[in-house]
Design a protein around this ligand. Structure first.
Ligand SMILES: [Zn+2]
Length: 456
């Protein structure tokens, strides 16, 4: 999936397609978020790129729009004696069974008065029905029976549905892949109480909120830096099947304004399939160090905000930053490095010290416990869980005490200039920027059209 490789028809398509979208957006939250300022170019960029993707996807989509991506029929000959006169299957009621822990079809069949032989016959249909051997608690199976004869069975999991039918005395199985439809959605909002609550109010799922925090987590410390009045806008995908939401898709682009500074990110997948977020001018969002070394979650977010003022004694005598979070919240390595210390150290309690290259080191104190398998001298990856928030040592309540040192000198990790990660690879940069430029022109056209709309 390459967002920035466009078919020629985009130019024409973009205006037709993006324009109604933008018109629609003005009736949504966008107006509120962007009032008084121009709509973020990053958002528009990806909006347009998504249009391109939708345009590209069209031919393939049309062929699979209505079910039957794959249909396999395996007839099975049954002894004639088993053919009995039964009520036509269509008049029989469906019975719906929800799988309970420990349930298997071999226990369900007898419960429904069906012989193990029938299950055996169905399973003998081969790989088509193999999924029935892996039913999980909470899943639903529907049955139609006539006396002790199974007539139909329906088992739907995610985008697949298995339909077993008795057809003139034989079982036949149909496996259908439903078409999964990807839709693009938009959400925007302003921070009033907490990131998760305000994002939810704007229509964003917790997953997408977490992802947004990850995308901007290199620049914004969501645990300490969030302020009332901060704002966000996200363009994201959702996957639907038969009109019902199946799951969240990816975030295509987002922008976040934190304390007056706006950050923008656009998702880019290079031809090799590497996916990263970049600024609209091609700089990596990823940095050598994470801003927030605690795993940010709905719970720790609420916790941090509730305890915001009392714990904000950053850079006092102890030269660190404290992150209030519930005991057990995972603590992440801020950057890739090596464990130089793991153990108990005075007031720090359980502490881990990491060395990153020759210049940088980070320290994580008051840990409840260390991550299993973490060894002194061993390498760690950025974001790897190294321990869990606790209150060991001199700590009044559960929090992570975090220190950041450059060449042995304590620095405020919230203000120190971090080494930068690689920008968009050189071989893709020209394409990325060229498309970004071309899109800017399209955006200018769309803006003009929008302005024209307001004039009767
Ligand atoms: Zn501290």
């Amino acid at each position: 999936m390459t967002h920035f490789t466009f078919p020629a028809k985009l130019t024409a398509a973009l205006r037709d397609r993006a324009l109604p979208l933008l018109r629609g957006m003005t009736h949504l939250h966008w107006a509120g978020l962007f009032a008084g300022s121009l709509i973020g170019i990053g958002i528009l960029l990806s909006l347009a790129s998504q249009q391109a993707e939708a345009t590209r996807a069209e031919p393939a989509l049309a062929t699979v729009l209505h079910d039957n991506g794959l249909t396999v029929t395996v007839p099975l000959t049954l002894p004639a004696a088993r053919s009995v006169n039964v009520t036509p299957a269509t008049e029989l009621p469906w019975q719906s069974i929800t799988i309970k822990p420990g349930d298997h079809l071999s226990s369900l069949f007898p419960r429904l008065g069906l012989s193990p032989q029938q299950l055996h016959e169905i399973m003998a249909l081969g790989h088509v029905t193999a999924g029935l051997a892996r039913v999980k608690p909470g899943q639903e199976i529907k049955f139609r029976t006539a006396g002790n004869q199974l007539q139909e069975l329906l088992y739907e999991v995610d985008e697949k549905s298995l339909h077993v039918k008795r057809e003139s005395g034989k079982f036949a199985a149909y496996l259908t892949n439903h078409a999964v439809e990807t839709r693009v959605s938009y959400a925007a909002g302003t921070i009033k109480s907490s990131l998760f609550e305000d994002a939810q109010a704007a229509g964003l799922s917790d997953n997408h909120t977490m992802e947004m925090a990850d995308i901007f987590g290199w620049d914004i410390d969501f645990a300490l830096d969030l302020r009332e009045g901060d704002s966000f806008g996200v363009v994201y995908q959702e996957q639907f099947m038969n009109g019902l939401k199946l799951r969240d898709g990816v975030i295509l682009a987002a922008e976040f304004t934190n304390r007056g500074k706006t950050y923008r990110a656009v998702r880019y997948s290079d031809p090799e399939g590497n996916i990263n977020y970049y600024t609209p001018d091609g700089l990596a969002m990823r940095k050598a160090f994470l801003r927030t070394p605690v795993k940010f979650s709905r719970i720790s977010s609420r916790f941090s905000l509730a305890r915001y003022h009392p714990i904000l004694h950053r850079m006092r005598a102890h030269k660190g930053v404290d992150y209030a979070a519930p005991i057990g919240t995972p603590v992440k390595a801020a950057g890739a490095g090596k464990v130089t210390f793991k153990g108990v150290k005075g007031g720090y309690g359980n502490v881990v010290i990491l060395q990153h290259g020759s210049q940088y080191s980070t320290l994580y104190g008051h840990l409840h416990k260390f991550a299993p398998g973490l060894k002194q001298g061993a390498p760690v990856q950025q974001g790897q869980t190294i321990g869990y928030v606790g209150k060991t040592g001199l700590a009044s309540g559960p929090h992570l005490h975090y220190e950041f040192r450059v060449a042995g000198v304590h620095k405020n990790p919230l203000t120190v200039t971090m080494p930068k990660a690689d920008p968009i690879p050189e071989k893709y940069k020209a394409g990325f920027l060229a498309e970004a430029h071309r899109l800017s022109e399209q955006i200018a056209l769309i803006k003009n059209d929008r302005l024209a709309l307001k004039t009767p």
